[in-house]
Design a protein. Sequence first.
Length: 364
Amino acid sequence: MKSSSSNAATQIEDELLNCCARVSASQAVRQRLDELLRQPIQWQRVLDRSWWHRIRPLTYYHLREQPTSVVPTAFLEVLARQAHELEQRNVQLMKMQRHVASLFEQASIPMLVFKGPTLATDAYGDLSLRECGDLDMLIRPDDFPRLKEVLKSEGFSCLWDEIDSDRKRQLFACEFRRDGVELDIHWDLAPAWHNYRVDFDQLWASGNPFDSGSSYSRKLRGEDLLEVLCMHGTRHWWERLRWICDIAELVNSGHIADWKHLERQSTESRCHRSVLLGLWLAGNLLDAKLPREIRSELESLPVVQRLGDQVGVWLEKAEHAADVRKLPDRFMFRMRLCERWRDRLPQIAHYLVTLPSRSVNWNP
């Protein structure tokens, strides 16, 4: 996350978090972390930004063994408490995931699990190391009405029922809540104007069993999961380190076995450049163990490097990124993600429809 525009007051804290945003740190990263810890650090900023980037468990994991003369005890106590609470929440999320899987089983509704605690165990190798928010599941669009009734009969509240206008509802997902846990039920992964193509039946056919006793709940295979994670990260401008860490840990875990399949499938799904961007960020920011041929491909694509540099600028701004992510930047970012002109047309139409009535300076 190095840039000439970096704020010197936050560079140390940002680099420290970058060193922590991984499960295994190389000797070079550990050495750099030691060097950073010998410098004056604003520990409240580290705490705030570790929350923003959703990497508090990893931050605690790497700092807990440091001497108290280097890392303040009060800071570690706060971070330890938060990490413990997040671990307990992940346990609760996994229990709820299994319960919901049983409901799908009883209703004979196929479902694919992605992100959440399953990603923590599969990619990070430890349920406690990934900060999870909700449970994400992908279903066939036609199954949603029946699934909605099943969940409501089990005491889940549907957030759509609390929204009085169809225009305010997500077009590709619906949220349900019970016992402090939120389910994010998807039948697509982004608004249609993003041009991503999701084939549920294809993803289902290549998926892996979620649980030994479940025939209707599956996990995405590694290549498909990476594709979906890159769609998600790109849709949200990659503004949090956790999303990049997910890519890096999935790659490092060895779950991506067929890189040719990933290339073919991401091209068919119209997210190939989003996948390349995710891999570029994971490799350049978090030292993901990318195959040599993938690194060579990334180095030969200036457009991916430009996209990565733009994400780096937004990452530096953390919670203030939305204030500097102006319409021209967002528009050009989306345009560069498209490899074909025909894929740009729906996005251009979207921006024209949503363009503010006030004059916009396209060349600031």
